[in-house]
Design a protein around this ligand. Structure first.
Ligand code: ADP
Length: 649
């Protein structure tokens, strides 16, 4: 009887492995899928190979032996390929999340061709005293293709050398050492049928080191734990830097307010009050920045699109920048493309925020020289591709700091920049906003010479023409109107009264929803009501509902709240408020709300917005070709301008 103990044992072990593997719940990862094919193929290979040896030793029917040999050779090819695929997956696809679909397809085609050749090519088999030798094209093709995949496994492992001590490479080490052992055994005693057993053994090693569901679960749990710890650390870091950032302006506000309280010198009070306003604005900027960052990170930032006049927006930003430059010896040079459309449709607020951040940085980090604010565009059939370039002759950024500047709370040269106001949030927000809008931001900088920030953005065309609005800054008086401020916080009532008194209102206040309702029920008449939202016992929304139940009550009510999340305005209007203002009150916004509620003037912007669902926002990412095209167009434009300048001279 032939020596079939080892192939027999390999059938039993493979069967045991298949049953064990398929009887337990397992994950549906790609590596697990590959492994599942490996063990099935190995079981089939062990069975077929045992049958071949059995026939060889009993009837020696060459037809069957050769026929079955085709399958054994194909199983070898597939097993070694899957083994290489397994290593490839853990080395590249899983780690870097890349997909190598084309390569996989190519390998699959190669295997199919190899298997067809295996089936078609000849084989010579010699069967002498229980030892079977085969030679010819069939085994040669099998060895060559197996050697290719084996070599690929080694290349994959070596190119991923950093992770060589990773537990997932244990099967490769087993295979390498077993290859040597197999070679030695076959040389010493060719009658020992070792290959199926060796392959099964590798499958077993793979199962007990990596593919066992328990081991996998432990690994997954460890991964989840590490991620949770990382998230927790990030949260703590965020909180500690946030409290540091907030404390700095707060310290100035508290300290200077104390000085104001104790001082009699009007000039000094004025100066301190100015600094308090500056520190408060800085604090507000930080709070808004933190709010923006947390909204972006929570995926809650929405794109709110409307019509806008781009030139008007850019000019407005220019005026603000000129004010920011103040006494500094900086020349602000603006150049907006002549073919910019009159009206675009997009998120004007975010566009302004992006440009403002870059322009204010240019002003902050430049002592003298010039700032160039250029806007270039390519008008395509259905979209306008904007290229916004802001360059300065400021201090520049060191190449090694380049990566850092887009991280939140990170500032380049922290020590040298300590005298320059900043939170390190601006560029992190800018980059996120640009990417949210499907655009790109690039930075070039030479340390000591200046920086250039370029933003590529796509905006849609509007269906209606947006006329440039004339900004009237005349004094508005509502001396014939009476206003009610409802807020449980006395300080908030005081601040709101001060802001509203500039419009010469008759002001009344209520410290709760109940007191407001009482006033209305006692037939007090108001032209407008400003209502805080978060009030104890009766919230602003509940007060509004109760007020609306009163007969003949039709006074406009404006929600006034510190809850400044974007998108909340629509929520307040949906529950019945006439409009919404966030604290601290922005005067421009207040003017708009008063104009709307008391004069019935609704902004053109709202009327002209095309009937398109604002939530459906198609982000078309800017490609590298677009950037190249825009750069080309810009270079051509610049050359044209220079030529013209030369001609003029
Ligand atoms: P910050 O509030 O500190 O200005 P940003 O996120 O806007 O925060 O910018 C991050 C860092 O990038 C800044 O601290 C500064 O070091 C650097 N930076 C940004 N813009 C410029 C610029 N135009 N010139 C030089 N450095 C700049």
């Amino acid at each position: 009887m032939p020596n079939l103990y080892l192939p027999g044992a390999s059938i039993l072990l493979s069967l045991f492995l298949v049953i064990l593997f398929f009887s337990r719940k397992r994950q549906k990862n790609k590596d697990t899928k590959i492994f599942q094919f490996m063990i099935v193929i190995q079981l089939l290979e062990s069975i077929v190979e045992t049958i071949i040896y059995y026939i060889a030793y009993t009837s020696n029917n060459m037809f069957f032996i050769i026929f079955l040999n085709n399958f054994v050779c194909s199983f070898y090819v597939l097993w070694v390929w899957l083994f290489y695929r397994y290593l490839f997956y853990i080395a590249y696809e899983n780690k870097h999340k890349y997909k190598f679909k084309k390569l996989e397809k190519f390998e699959f085609v190669l295997n199919t061709i190899a298997i067809v050749i295996i089936f078609l090519s000849p084989i010579n088999i010699m069967n002498e005293n229980g030892v079977m030798y085969s030679y010819g094209m069939k085994p040669n093709v099998t060895y060559i293709i197996c050697a290719i995949w084996f070599l690929c496994s080694i290349i994959v492992t070596l190119t991923n050398i950093k992770n060589l001590n990773n537990k997932k490479y244990i099967p490769l080490w087993t295979l390498l050492s077993l290859a040597g052992i197999i070679f030695a055994i076959r040389t010493i005693d060719p009658s020992i049928i070792i290959i199926p057993f060796a392959l099964t053994f590798i499958n077993l090693v793979m199962y007990f080191t990596i593919e066992n569901p328990d081991v996998k679960m432990i690994n997954e749990l460890e991964l989840a734990k590490n991620m949770a710890e990382k998230a927790n650390r990030a949260k703590s870091d965020f909180l500690s830097s946030m409290s540091h950032e907030i404390r700095t302006p707060l310290n100035a506000i508290v300290g200077l307010s104390e000085c104001i309280k104790n001082s009699d010198d009007i000039e000094e009070i004025h100066e301190d009050a100015n600094d308090v306003v500056m520190a408060s604005n800085n604090l507000l900027e930080i709070v808004n920045g933190i709010l923006d960052i947390s909204k972006i990170e929570a995926d809650k930032m929405e794109i709110i699109e409307s019509n806008y006049n781009p030139i008007e927006v850019f000019k407005e930003l220019t005026t603000i920048t000129e004010t920011r430059i103040g006494e500094k010896e900086i020349d602000l040079r603006c150049n907006f493309a002549e073919d910019l459309p009159n009206t675009l449709y997009g998120d004007k607020g975010k566009l302004k925020q992006i440009i403002t951040n870059m322009l204010s940085n240019a002003v902050k980090y430049t002592e003298k020289g010039h700032i160039d604010f250029n806007v270039n565009c390519i008008n395509e059939k259905d979209k306008c591709k904007l290229q916004i370039i802001i360059s300065d002759t400021g201090k520049g950024i060191k190449p090694e700091q380049m990566d850092k500047i887009f991280n939140k709370f990170e500032r380049a040269e922290e020590d040298k920049n300590s005298t320059i106001e900043g939170t390190g949030l601006g560029l992190a927000i800018t980059k996120s906003l640009v990417e949210m809008m499907g655009g790109k931001i690039l930075v070039h900088s030479t340390y000591g010479q200046g920086s250039k920030f370029t933003v590529f953005l796509e905006q849609k065309y509007s269906k209606v023409e947006e006329k440039a609005k004339v900004v009237k800054d005349e004094k508005i008086s509502y001396s014939d109107k009476k206003v009610l401020i409802v807020d449980d916080n006395k300080l908030n009532i005081k601040v709101a009264s001060k802001v509203l008194s500039e419009f010469e209102f008759n002001i009344d206040s209520a410290d709760s929803g109940f007191s407001a309702i009482e006033k209305i029920e006692n037939n007090e008449h108001y032209d407008i009501i400003f209502m805080d939202i978060m009030m104890p016992k009766l919230s602003g929304v509940e007060t509004l509902k109760k007020l609306k139940e009163i007969d003949n009550f039709n006074t406009p009510i404006v929600a006034l709240t510190a809850d400044a999340m974007e998108g909340k305005s629509t929520k307040y209007i949906e529950v019945g408020f006439n409009d919404y203002l966030s604290k601290p009150i922005n005067k421009q916004e207040l003017k708009r709300v008063l104009n709307k509620c008391l004069n019935g003037n609704i902004e053109i912007e709202e009327e002209s917005t095309p009937k398109e669902d604002p939530h459906i926002h198609r982000v078309i990412p800017i490609t590298d070709e677009d950037i190249e095209m825009l750069n080309k167009k810009l270079t051509e434009d610049l050359a044209r301008v220079k030529k013209q300048e030369k001609k003029d001279n």
